[in-house]
Design a binder for this molecule. Sequence first.
Ligand code: ADP
Ligand code: MG
Length: 571
Amino acid sequence: MQKLKDILFKIDGRGYRAYKQIKGAYNFPEYTLYIDHVQGDPFASPSRLRIRVSQEIAEFSPELYSNKPRKTALEDYIIRIFSMHIKKDIAKIFGTGKSGIIEIDCGKQEIIERTACNINDEFVEIRFYAGLPARGRRVLGEQCIKMLFDQIPKLVEKSLFHKNLDKAELKKFIEVCEDQDCLRSQLKKNKIVSFIKNGSILPRRSGVSDKPLPEANTILFKSPPELEVSLKTPNIGIVKGMGIPEGVILLIGGGFHGKTTILSAIQKGVYNHIPGDGREYVVTDVSAVKIKAEEGRSIQKVDISSFISNLPLGKNTKEFSTANASGSTSQAANIIEALEINTRLLLLDEDTSATNFLIRDSIMQQVVSKDKEPITPFIDQVNSIYSKYNTSTIMVMGGSGDYFEVADTILLINSYLPYLATDKAKEAIKNRKDIRKKENPASFGSITERMPLPNSINPYKGRKKKVKSRGIHNISFGVENIDLSSIEQIVEPSQVNSISNIILHGLTKNYFDGKSTLCNIIGKIFDDIGKYGLDIISDSYIKYPGSFSMPRKFEVASAINRLRSLKVIQK
Ligand code: ADP
Ligand code: MG
């Protein structure tokens, strides 16, 4: 500690590069500070710091992290407190560029496993970023001393010492997370794909905020009596809510009555939410995938023939490739690719689907004969996707009653609340005259898996490996740009950061060998993560990464599938 201070005094006023000397480990009275990487100049990404507090001092009792959801929640909570105190208590040191910034990778509404904090029986470790202070390109030694010897110790004391945390709030945070995992684990045996607790707040504050609408302006969720189930939780006993049964489920109802809001809550239910989010007891099968039309995406040898065949010019749809998909072909490919990674639940919203992919009504069938229409609409395959792959579909459909025929469960959403309307809807179609013809003679085909070719996944730009994620929508990968803006179940930039590194890890390990299927490759990478932790995906030179958070296999596959240079062989 004294050594660090001495260096900072000595280099005060010198060129910024002099900061490089402080890389290293320093013993403070209550913790060890590791300066793992020093930024090259005041405008570069902030320096990487890490702090380890031994459990003798931190004193987190083992039951706070005794299982996976508890550990994830505790780590996540510590980061939130650290982050909160950065905003609340730290008077930012001013200077050039990123001087004085202290940052940590902190979650928002979701609780997700992340590398910024790690707790075990020995220690609690936190990883964060600091902009070492400078004026122009000169070291501000005294300001840096203020940062490292005054500001950061305060943050550590307030967030990494159990005795200084709000015990009740922490307990609640951990228990809510554990309960969600437990609820989710009961879905399958109850033959439901999603559970929404009565009293949940589903609507969000705005189109750009994921925070809940204030309770005063909200109709709280209430299950229709016929679908109400009771599930057990370890911490709050029995909870009641709507269990959405497997099969084909329709959400119907008038415009602006809350259909999309319910579907959005369901699609985010693959993650655990923080207390107060309103969706903290909304849980969905972890393999649920939101499917959209995504005009313009590239597709590489996906067998979409169950949906689309006889394209103009005889284009092959058993190995369908395009650099510029249409609404319908992209939606078909999105479904097949999700099935390739073994999804059990597809989520579709008419708002973001291609109409001609969803339906073809009887009048249209009469006027445009089947041999002029390449598309077998989703309506004619949705049942066999369920019978063949046990993959259910929840779908928002306010615009066409044709789907009543194929639905197992129909929920009418009226003024934000669901009512069971299956019988009424089935009754209504009984007497119809304009019966549409089912368009698939053959049932849904098998899923052809694909084996990516390693040379087509090239992280190099010139002689340099260049892979960088930007926000939640973009990865620049070598000379390519991967567009993830249609992938709605990515919730934070750190997941995208992980996705890019997961692809790199797969390349380094030669998992992409031209002979393994995409599903197997991603499986292997996730096995590595399970065994060695998320740190394993880091580039070799960053040993203690601080901004990875856990993505799902589906989003990793989505990224690879959207790499425009991708080439595959079908199995
Ligand atoms: P739909 O898809 O049926 O057209 P939306 O789900 O887009 O409707 O919801 C319409 C509006 O109603 C949105 O602004 C949404 O935030 C709001 N909303 C949804 N559910 C509720 C609720 N339970 N309480 C209050 N407002 C809600
Ligand atoms: Mg809608």
